[in-house]
Design a protein around this ligand. Structure first.
Ligand code: NDP
Length: 476
């Protein structure tokens, strides 16, 4: 079995007592990697290393151009190691290799390139004042950032946090999800190869509650916490951050609504709606898991949508041809299975799909589910979609907003006025019109309600990972 250690202060290390855990490949359902199991002791060492690197090391002082050069070199190494990195996520959590290597790895490299360039090219405000003074803003690094990541897009989401933190001159301690440790260690090894100084990027593996994750978020030496994960965990982490008055960014769960109007380009709507719910087996915070279709096109849409869902290729996620892999772990499979098995209890019907072999759930389409049913209200986080007909624009806006989440929404229409009108009325951090998942890294990303607190991306990440400082000068 391959071994993945912590990376602390520039070296890959084991835990003090030699404790380890295994990562299980959800396709073979066998352990494939042995991983160092960290706890408070390893967190202590990592935070101390990150603090030293920030207080005494060259990283915050070297200037954005030089930091950017090193981060671009890291991006080059990520691309050069795409096979290893992609396979690590695929073996850890069952994501098809075409998605991990083909999408997540290039995106991880782009996260570093984007934030390196963004930090270098950013401008700051100068405010001429009537009183014979002027004021200007400095964006200074804050110190040590703690990053806590989930298992559904391991490398991609970890780099989405690490890249802006580093580009702005901070140092980082990352706690990856226990189900997906491998790519984080590979990334930290590559960061050292790229020339990032020791202690700038540290990785501690371990569990969340009562373990490494909790120790990290409760550590008094942390200056920022950036967390992506479940809303319930977000509440716990928010409380931990409050104890030290540490700013926290929370990217939490979702229950994405997707409306297809009768005037939509149906080919386009079917294509994106399939990808919105079945990419990564629905284990996507943004998944379009509540689909609403206007009644005049309901039957036709359903026929095309179901046919496309049934045509998806399930299988070994290591094969380039596979479109849908198993769910990420046995625990998660059992959770999603629980939803599939209770559809009729809640008043709905499994229109197509259902349980597969092993930890597979086939692309599952549910109809007739009442708006109050658990399947319409809770984040299933699997390849399971409810489809509901609607008549009017007002009705569908009310249905889409009827959720405690508010991460994203999608709508398909060829009517320009409707597109703007409905987008404005939806309570969500991102609205996609006639598309899905298209990102501009300058745009704000985050959610409302139980989907999170704060925004990341471009200047939003800058605000979070820096202390904006006003300098007021007398001119004469
Ligand atoms: P969890 O909240 O279970 O875990 C996320 C991370 O937090 C893991 O590293 C976990 O460790 C750690 N953790 C758990 N409890 C604590 C604690 N008390 N203190 C500190 N750390 C802790 O989320 P999942 O990994 O299950 O991820 C899926 C969730 O993430 C879904 O709800 C999904 O919607 C959301 N998500 C949101 C996104 C967004 O941008 N809004 C993007 C992607 C996912 P361990 O692995 O050991 O449990």
């Amino acid at each position: 079995m391959e071994f993945f250690g912590h990376v602390i202060d520039g070296a890959e290390v084991k835990s003090a007592g030699g404790e380890t855990f295994t990562s299980v490949d959800p396709y073979t359902r066998e352990p494939w990697a042995e991983v160092a199991l960290g706890g408070p002791a390893e967190v202590e060492r990592a935070v101390a290393a990150a603090r030293r690197a920030f207080d005494e090391g060259p990283w915050p002082r070297m200037g954005r151009a030089e930091r950017g050069r090193l981060l671009h070199r890291l991006a080059d190494l990520i691309v050069a190691n795409a096979d290893r990195l992609g396979l690590a996520d695929t073996r850890d959590m069952g994501k098809p290799i075409s998605q991990s290597r083909g999408n997540d790895v290039p995106r991880a490299a782009d996260n570093f390139r984007f934030f390196a360039d963004h930090a270098r090219l950013t401008t700051a405000e100068t405010l001429p004042m009537d009183s014979g003074h002027h004021a200007y803003t400095r964006y200074d690094p804050v110190g040590v950032a703690a990053a806590i990541a989930p298992w559904n897009f391991p490398l991609m989401l970890e780099t989405w946090k690490i890249a802006p933190a580093l580009a702005w001159g901070n140092t980082v301690v990352l706690k990856p999800a226990e189900d997906t440790p491998a790519s984080a260690t590979i990334l930290a090894r590559l960061a050292l190869e790229a020339g990032l100084p020791p202690g700038v990027l540290n990785v501690v593996h371990g569990y969340g509650p009562d373990s490494a994750g909790q120790a990290l978020t409760e550590h008094p030496g942390i200056d920022r916490i950036t967390f992506t994960g479940e809303s319930t965990t977000g509440r716990v982490i928010s409380a931990a951050a409050a104890a030290h008055l540490v700013p926290v960014s929370l990217e939490l769960g979702g229950k994405g609504a997707n409306a297809v109007f009768a005037d939509a380009d149906l080919d386009n709507a079917v294509n994106w709606s399939i990808r919105a719910i079945f990419t990564n087996a629905g284990q996507v915070c943004l998944a379009g898991s509540r689909l609403y279709v206007q009644r005049p096109v309901f039957e036709e849409f359903m026929a095309r949508f179901t046919a496309a869902a049934e045509a998806m290729r399930l299988g070994d996620p290591k094969l380039d041809t596979t479109e849908l892999g198993p769910l990420a772990s046995e625990t998660h499979y059992r959770k999603v299975r629980g939803y599939v098995e209770t559809v009729s209890d809640e008043g709905g019907t499994v229109h197509s799909g259902g349980l597969g072999d092993g930890w597979f759930v086939r692309p599952t389409v549910i109809t007739g589910m009442p708006a109050t049913g658990r399947h319409q209200r809770e984040e299933i986080f699997g390849p399971v979609v409810t489809v509901t007909p609607f008549d009017t624009e007002d009705e569908v806006v009310a249905l889409m907003n009827d959720t405690r989440y508010g991460l994203n929404a999608m709508l398909f229409t060829e009517n320009l006025s409707r597109a703007h009108r409905v987008s404005a009325r939806l309570r969500a951090g991102t609205v996609w019109v006639n598309c899905f998942f298209i990102r501009d890294l300058r745009a704000p990303f985050g959610g409302v309600g139980d989907s999170g607190v704060g925004r990341e991306g471009g200047t939003f990440s800058r605000e979070f990972f820096t202390e904006p400082k006003a300098v007021v000068m007398q001119i004469t």
